[in-house]
Design a protein around this ligand. Structure first.
Ligand code: ZN
Length: 398
């Protein structure tokens, strides 16, 4: 019993060390990333005091992340200890029950148990043993302790006692295609689905003065660092955008088309094809980043020739990101092919979207909005989708 307890504490220690090591690795990744970006930023003398402020913000954010990770590790260790205590208690009760049974049963003749009953008990025992051998190690240990106490007694009793030791696990929901825990990163924002009112994500500085939602920042940094470790040079060109900044971008693009001689309506229509109408941009979510390279920050088709971009397009799904506006989905997304625009959707969705070649709209329709609760919403969504071009006049005109 003591050795088992010791083992559990040892496991806790290893788990603790593992979690600490994990956090250390993440921190090293951030430092490496900061170092690379630092070099890049030093080559651009214009960054000045903004760079200093950004560095302070990044340091504060890193300290907060470390504190949160430590708290998480401690909570996991506490939970693990509680589970251990419950496991030991169950084993003690089981052995006590076996002892009592043995004590009362010894004077009785074997004929107390009919052959049929004995056969049934043995059959159940076999089934339970088979079940516990594929369940948790704790229940396997409990069964082992039981058989060590008294095999003969255990054979007739374990079939009754075992269900207590190995409670039926509640079947896990099927999250292979859709994990409801990822709802926060599956928000659909497009011309028909504007940003939720008052949406205000907590963002953290990533690099190049660009920020992203703190909840996807680790995945983003890991993707960037892994790309850099391949000797490539990705750089976040644009991350989280305040609403006002999105308005400015849209206005600039509209002005460009106006300058080319288009009327206002056409200019806004064309602007809306490459810059989202304010309130409908994923950049306002904090879950999207435009990534170029340190030598080519132009977000246009030239990105397709950049090895860094090719690597990102091939590997982004491994980090929970997707190329949000693929070439063959423009009709559905309403946005031209943007090989530089990556959107975080979580690992479950990114794997499914890649393997089934779905864009976010298709994925949500197939796996998320299919339940009866949201059918009404889906119907109204597809109705508005028929007016394919965004109605930009209301949100841009003064
Ligand atoms: Zn973008």
């Amino acid at each position: 019993m003591n050795s088992r307890k010791d083992r559990e504490y040892e496991t806790d220690e290893i788990l603790g060390r593992y979690l600490d090591a994990d956090e250390e690795e993440a921190e090293q990744r951030r430092l490496l990333n900061d170092d690379i970006i630092g070099k890049y930023m030093r080559e651009k003398p214009s960054s000045g005091t903004a760079g200093e402020e950004a560095k302070r913000r990044a340091e504060r954010a890193a300290a907060e992340r470390r504190a949160a990770a430590a708290e998480k590790a401690a909570a996991q260790r506490r939970r693990k200890r509680r589970r251990t205590a419950a496991g030991i208690l169950t084993a003690v009760v089981l052995i006590a029950v076996l002892g009592l049974w043995q004590h009362h049963r010894a004077p009785l003749s074997p004929s107390d148990l009919s052959d049929a009953e004995a056969e049934q008990a043995l059959k159940e025992l076999e089934e339970n043993t088979a079940a516990s051998s594929v369940s948790s190690p704790e229940s396997a240990d409990a069964a082992e302790a039981g058989s060590a106490a008294d095999t003969a007694a255990a054979e007739s009793v374990l079939s009754e006692a075992a269900p207590e030791a190995t409670p039926e696990p509640t079947p896990a929901p099927d999250t292979s295609h859709y994990d409801p825990a990822d709802d926060w990163c599956l928000i659909l924002v497009n011309a028909e689905h504007p940003l939720p009112e008052g949406y205000d994500p907590e963002v953290v500085l990533i690099e190049n003065d660009q920020s992203a939602d703190v909840r996807c920042s680790d995945a983003l940094l890991k993707m960037l660092t892994d790309c850099r470790l391949e000797g490539l040079n990705p750089l976040v060109i644009s991350g989280f955008r305040e609403h006002e900044l999105q308005e400015l971008y849209f206005q600039n693009m509209t002005d460009m088309y106006l300058g080319a001689g288009e009327d206002l309506e056409t200019a806004q229509k064309h602007a809306g094809e490459s810059v989202a109408v304010p309130g409908t941009s994923e950049h306002e979510l904090g879950l999207a980043v435009d990534i170029g390279t340190t030598t080519n920050p132009d977000v246009d088709e030239s990105q397709l020739n950049e090895p860094a971009q090719q690597w990102l397009m091939e590997h982004c799904w491994e980090y929970g990101f997707v190329v949000r506006y693929p070439e063959d989905k423009s009709e559905i997304t309403g946005i031209i092919f943007e090989p530089w625009h990556y959107r975080y959707v979580g690992l479950t969705a990114s794997h499914v979207m890649r393997s089934e070649n779905l864009c976010l709209e298709e994925y949500l329709e197939k796996y998320v909005n299919a339940s009866p609760d949201t059918e009404e919403q889906t119907d109204s969504g597809s109705e508005t989708a028929e007016s394919s071009q965004p109605d930009s006049s209301s949100s841009v005109l003064p």
